[in-house]
Design a protein around this ligand. Structure first.
Ligand code: F6R
Length: 623
């Protein structure tokens, strides 16, 4: 949450690179946006900040900056408010009261009050309610005390380094010093920051999507690293000023992947991208000979894995729902006990764990702080950890012992869609892999590999229901409450359906195992509360049908998402969405598609901003 961008390079491009950059990071927060530019002619800073979306900022820049305005460098920010209300004054970048330092920050400064008190005694003043403003003033304070450097880091960079010796909390920052118009300084701890290395230009950003229009070459900075950039190069150092040799990664997707490509919203584009993202999750990961899945980066040998007698999965939000599906699949097929816990709870609960426990974390972004801290806690206690993540080079990817990349491409819509299904698919493949190390036969493995390979086509087929779901959405968009009900591995899909609906359409929705309904939630059932049932033609189909009858008997509407061979009595469901009959390993993944489309179209009917729902942001880097 919060997005930052910094640029030094072609003066004519500075402003547009920054505005375009934070536009691409807008999914990280959209309470306000701001930019600071050092004007090329005067080398004086211009700071423009506006409540609302980046478009507001862009319009304000058009009004405030004269034709042909060029800037030698600049930084920009899009905010998800933590400390301080959503006002222009609290928008970033923030400037020190002596005017020398300007800074954009992502993270939370925990000891800002004591720093603020200290700086007030030194006559620094404050004009915002944010925690961030103390950073600008503290850098300015160290800067005026710091002697000019003779070699290595500049006086400016050293003052940034000194500042962070006194700061508790998390940060990714991009900093301007008016005395150093040729450069910017960036630093990180706990919040992501990457360096983009272009031809005669360098960029800082919270993630790759902000630099991809300029360069595919990026360096993922580590916690504690500080970088000084000019248009000709960069210098990375750690806490003790030692220079770091960077590893430059080439990003394997391009600007097209981060655009809407003709779709009205990123969310819809990402829903329709699922055949491709699922294909990518599987690519090169089956061994036909051994009838199993294979993974290159687990970094755990087979004998160690065989000894694991428990798996603990940690995640948040939608990724937590993926973990719940994976729990069903691993327990059913590999017969290994699995527990799923909210990452945020695990960290502070001090749960007793068995010696042979494999700890897995699941995170689309790879930056969710709750999940990252849970991973660190598990590592601290000596557990072998693995991650399923879409965030190449992310903090989680770098800190776990091993893992599996999703290769789903950038997910920009705040509501997670393609990342969820790819996590579930990878979980199914991992369950197959574990099962084949234990009791699953060659023959069964072979047939499951064949079934999993059909997934992209099956998803493609399910997407063809989109028009029908749109019509259903029109009929149901004004209901105030919804129940989502499913059983076994379809129960987490009910939870995910409810979450998707509430986060993008602001309708109250709850997910339950269908049988639990009668233990309380049935009290909600009435004409105004439709129930979405997800049902398969399995041994408990009749029990779910009985629950539908209970809803109908109380005047509730029933929307039924069912596999084509289900035998639901005629007329019981008010609406029926049919899915192909598939292997039970695939059923939860496939049932997700109509849920995503239903919530998308309901949100559109209600005129909601589906890509940027209120109060939310993607990649939650605060606790
Ligand atoms: C919901 C959603 C969130 C995320 C959660 C974890 O649509 O996107 O619930 O799933 O914030 O994010 P990651 O997977 O990045 O750790």
């Amino acid at each position: 949450m919060c997005g930052i961008v910094g640029y030094v390079g072609d003066e004519r491009k500075t402003k547009s690179v920054l505005i375009e950059g934070i536009k691409r990071l807008e999914y990280r927060g959209y309470d306000s946006a701001g930019v600071a530019l050092l004007e090329a002619e005067t080398e004086e800073p211009v700071v423009i900040r506006k409540v609302g979306r980046v478009d507001n900022l862009s319009n304000a820049c058009k009004k405030a900056l004269k034709e042909g305005f060029h800037a030698v460098n600049g930084i920009a920010h899009t905010r998800w408010a933590t400390h301080g209300r959503v006002t222009d004054e609290n928008a970033h970048p923030h400037r020190s009261s002596d005017g020398k330092i300007i800074l954009a920050h992502n993270g939370v400064i925990e000891n800002y009050e004591s720093i603020r008190k200290f700086l007030t005694t030194k006559r620094y003043t404050f004009s915002s309610e944010t925690d961030t403003e103390v950073l600008a003033n503290l850098i300015a304070y160290h800067y005026q005390k710091e002697p000019e450097s003779e070699n290595g880091l500049s006086r400016f960079a050293k003052s940034v380094r000194k500042t962070f010796n006194h700061v508790e909390g998390t940060y990714g920052v991009a900093v301007i010093c008016t005395d150093y118009p040729d450069r910017l300084v960036g630093a990180r701890k706990g919040s992501p920051l990457i360096l983009g290395v272009g031809k005669d230009e360098c960029l800082l950003a919270s993630d790759v999507s902000a630099v991809i229009a300029n360069t595919n070459n990026v360096v993922y900075l580590n916690d504690g690293e500080l970088v000084e950039i000019t248009k000709d190069g960069y210098h990375i150092s750690n806490w003790d000023y030692t220079q770091i040799e960077p590893v430059i990664h080439t990003v394997d997707w391009d600007i097209e992947d981060a655009e809407k490509s003709g779709f009205d919203h990123y969310m819809l584009k990402e829903i329709f991208e699922q055949p491709k993202s699922l294909e990518n999750a599987m690519r090169g990961r089956f061994s036909e000979d051994a009838s199993t899945a294979k993974f290159g980066g687990l970094n755990i040998d087979v004998s160690q894995l065989r000894q694991m007698d428990r798996i603990l999965l940690l995640a948040c939000g939608t990724a937590w729902h993926a973990a719940l599906v994976i729990e069903y699949l691993i327990e059913k097929y590999a017969r290994i006990p699995v527990e799923v816990e909210y990452a945020s709870e695990f960290r502070y609960r001090n749960a007793p764990l068995d010696k042979n426990t494999l700890v897995g974390v699941i995170s689309q972004s790879g930056e969710t702080l709750d999940t990252l801290e849970a991973l660190r806690e598990a590592k601290r206690k000596g557990y072998h950890t693995m991650a399923i993540t879409n965030g190449v080079g992310s903090s989680i990817a770098r800190e776990c012992h091993g893992g599996i990349y999703q290769h789903a491409g950038p997910e920009i819509g705040v509501a997670s869609t393609k990342a969820f299904t790819s996590q579930v698919l990878i979980g199914a493949m991992f369950a197959l892999y574990l099962a084949r190390l234990r009791d699953m036969s060659y023959g069964e493995g072979k047939s499951i590999v064949a079934e999993l390979k059909k997934v992209p086509d099956l998803v493609h087929q399910s997407l063809s229901e989109a028009e029908k779901i749109k019509e259903i959405a029109k009929r149901y968009s004004q209901y105030p409450d919804f129940l989502f009900l499913g059983r076994q591995s379809l129960f987490p899909i009910a939870l995910e359906g409810a979450l998707k609906l509430k986060e993008i359409s602001y309708i109250h929705a709850e997910g339950y195992p269908a049988a639990e309904m009668k233990h309380g939630p049935i009290a909600l059932v009435c004409e105004d509360c439709p129930s979405v049932f997800i049902v398969e033609s399995d041994e408990i189909q009749n029990k779910v049908v009985a629950n539908m009858q209970e809803v109908k008997a109380r005047g509730g509407k029933v929307i039924c998402i069912q596999s084509e061979d289900c035998t639901i009595p005629d007329g019981l469901a008010d609406e029926v969405i049919t899915l192909p009959k598939v292997h039970s390993m695939i059923a939860p993944l496939l049932a997700t598609i109509p849920m995503q489309l239903l919530s998308y179209h309901i949100a559109i009917e209600r005129d909601c901003d589906v890509d940027k729902p209120r109060n939310l942001a993607k990649s939650v880097t605060v606790e």
